[in-house]
Write a protein that binds this ligand. Structure first.
Ligand SMILES: Cc1cc2nc3c(=O)[nH]c(=O)nc-3n(C[C@H](O)[C@H](O)[C@H](O)COP(=O)(O)OP(=O)(O)OC[C@H]3O[C@@H](n4cnc5c(N)ncnc54)[C@H](O)[C@@H]3O)c2cc1C
Length: 614
């Protein structure tokens, strides 16, 4: 490859040169169709499969060519073809970027999905140590190829670690969310309050730079690149592999008992001003003030309004430990719980349902709560996928067929028809067969579970945007409840105890992530303008804190601060160093033109919290 200096910035593109370079490199590119999508290795716009390979979550994009690479050498060769012919490049993981930017117009798209091979993951048990919060440990590291989804990682952890080890992963809300895009923008899931953002468990990246040079980014090698890759959004190179910590779950209160994992769903009564006040005070105290080693065992989401509120998600412990922790936190106060019967799964049996009072020792006789206890983290996550879309669907967001029992290869007795539809759904009963089959599909990178589809395939309201926020004044959160808001993920606990300067991800004082659909413009505006009036934001919407992985559609003013805060300036230096010719440049990537090395201070200084980082 020839160095061409600053003149390359003009991108003197040569379509014929690009085509001939790629045809020479991949002479049989059309002879075999690859993967779940059955696509050719290389597809140009004039070819019949172009519509299929350019399809994105965020709408129609028109890339110059899409190449499904299968290893790192192919990444290097494609980068060389692009470079020599003046093209910009976008790496694509699993294609979930909400605005379709991984399939950028005019770019050469390097699709990494076929590189994922769980048989070749490298698990290093000699690499172990303390994690973020006091007493936390990671028990190994696991290296995976860049094309994997977060579901493959979760299933591989389940497959390779004994249940007594209590190994965890971070699974995206949709199982097929790509590993690298997730980490580049932050990465939050149900275990984030215990483990940190996905950026906080990354230990090493293998990267190919714009000119085909291979580098490693870790705490010890290219630490500036390592810092930038953890939350800096992307554009530094093509990541080909990622090594992550395998963090251990909490030790059971009685260390001689087996580890358990409990799905919880607790509705609260917020129908009077007194109950609403009590709930919101207790809720914010739990998020921001309660012992993070205890609160961090719970992660998930919430719906909060002035009629009722619901907290739901995964608790890393037994249902009995859950009752103890949440009673101590004040969240199981009879005054604020909905007074109906609860339900319980224990030892893979339905111990009681909502139909009558639950006569199980230790199960609260007051207040509705649905608790489902599992023996392994993997099974609890498989339950989540089974139950996703419960009532109207199951395995929501996956490329399921109309018969999901057939997709999973399980007995049809587990499925029932969905009314007014040709589809069936899995009745998520406590039968291990369902969860074992789900985990087997999660482990297969080319299964339907690892491909976005179904109700998410061509979404009409796909353009989400997300905001994270800090502890609010009581009046503010009451007003938000009056508007009604949803929490998509929590980041209390461990993520708030990592130093702000540890990674490019800027927000370390925010426990709550809310998200909006494109169709919800007025709602979004209402929430944002009320939030901005809180003392934390000083009356200025420009001080709000955005979540890069939930990118706003068309937010083009002040996005640098919204997503990266003061880290933007450092990121710009690093982009300039590793991608000096802007080969990976595209909208909402940090600009690669280096600037004078003076850090501008942001208007809103983040609150510094105590930290323990390994
Ligand atoms: C249905 C759905 C559910 C989601 N749920 C969650 C959730 O629970 N939690 C959460 O935090 N986020 C969630 N997200 C957001 C998700 O984290 C981001 O969209 C993330 O970017 C997806 O990664 P990807 O590889 O699938 O995306 P892609 O669109 O493939 O890539 C995203 C960005 O990363 C870059 N990139 C990808 N791979 C590489 C690579 N190998 N090297 C260099 N750059 C690369 C791309 O160029 C692009 O800029 C969800 C998104 C969707 C659509």
């Amino acid at each position: 490859m020839q160095e061409c200096g600053a003149k390359c910035v003009a991108f003197n593109i040569q379509p014929a040169g690009l085509e001939s370079c790629l045809r020479n490199r991949f002479p049989d590119s059309g002879s075999q169709l690859l993967g779940f999508n059955q696509v050719p290795k290389v597809t140009f716009p004039s070819e019949p499969d172009y519509a299929k390979v350019k399809h994105t979550y965020g709408g129609s994009m028109y890339p110059a060519v899409v190449i499904y690479v299968e290893d790192e050498d192919e990444v290097i060769d494609v980068l060389k073809c692009a470079y020599d012919n003046g093209y910009q490049v976008s790496a694509r993981g699993r294609g979930h970027q909400y605005q379709g930017l991984s399939t950028m117009h005019g770019h050469v798209i390097i699709d990494m999905s076929l590189t994922c091979n769980p048989d070749e993951f490298v698990i290093d048990r000699s690499s172990a140590g303390n994690h973020i919060l006091p007493g936390q440990k990671y028990i190994a590291t696991m290296k995976a190829q860049a094309g994997c989804s977060t579901a493959v990682i979760t299933a591989a952890v389940h497959e390779n670690f004994d249940p007594v080890e209590g190994a965890l992963s971070i699974l995206g809300g949709c199982p097929s969310v790509g590993l690298i895009g997730f980490v580049l923008g932050g990465g939050s899931g149900d275990t984030t309050p215990w483990m940190g953002w996905a950026t906080d468990i990354a230990t090493e990246f293998d990267v190919v730079l714009y000119n085909g040079t291979k580098v490693v980014a870790s705490k010890h090698e290219n630490p500036d690149l390592f810092w930038a890759l953890r939350g800096g959004g992307g554009g530094f190179g093509v990541v080909t592999a990622l090594t992550q910590k395998v963090v251990q779950g909490p030790t059971p209160l009685d260390p001689s008992s087996d580890r358990k994992y409990t799905w919880v769903n607790v509705p609260f009564d917020t129908s009077t001003p007194e109950k609403l006040d009590k709930f919101l005070i207790t809720f914010q105290d739990f998020m921001y003030e309660f012992d993070p080693v205890k609160s961090g065992k719970f992660g998930g989401g919430a719906n909060i309004n002035t009629n009722d509120a619901k907290l739901y998600g995964l608790y890393l412990g037994s249902w009995k430990e859950f009752v103890l922790d949440w009673t101590e936190a004040g969240l199981l106060d009879p005054d604020i719980l909905i007074q109906e019967n609860g339900s319980l799964w224990e030892n893979y049996q339905v111990k009681c349902s909502n139909a009558e009072p639950c006569d199980v020792d230790g199960f609260p006789s007051f207040g509705k709560m649905d608790l489902k206890e599992f023996d392994t983290y993997g099974e609890s996550m498989a339950y989540k996928l089974c139950n996703s879309g419960a009532g109207v669907s199951s395995f929501r967001g996956t490329r399921r067929s109309s018969d999901v029992c057939a997709d999973l290869g399980i007995d049809a007795k587990y499925c029932s028809p969905i009314p007014d539809s040709d589809n069936n759904k899995v009745d998520c009963t406590p039968d291990k067969e369902i969860y074992d089959a789900t985990l087997a599909k999660m482990l297969d990178p080319e299964s339907y579970i690892n491909h976005l589809g179904g109700d998410f395939e061509t979404p009409t309201d796909s353009m989400y945007g997300g905001i994270v926020f800090t502890k609010l004044e009581h009046e503010t959160i009451v007003d938000l409840a009056k508007i009604g808001f949803r929490v998509f993920h929590f980041q209390h606990g461990a993520p708030m105890h990592v130093a702000k300067e540890d990674a490019a991800l800027p927000w370390r004082d925010t426990a709550i992530l809310t998200q909006f659909k494109a169709a919800e413009r007025d709602f979004r505006y209402e929430i944002m303008s009320r939030l901005a009036q809180d003392a934390a934001y000083g009356g200025d919407v420009d001080n709000l804190q955005g979540y890069y992985n939930y990118m706003f559609p068309g937010r083009d003013t002040n996005w640098e601060k919204f997503y990266f805060d003061e880290n933007y300036h450092e990121l710009k230096q690093i982009r300039g160093k590793y991608d000096p010719l802007d080969r990976f440049g595209k909208p909402f990537y940090v600009d690669s033109t280096p600037e004078a090395k003076t850090k501008k201070s942001s208007k809103k200084k983040s609150k510094k919290r105590s930290m323990t980082v390994v």
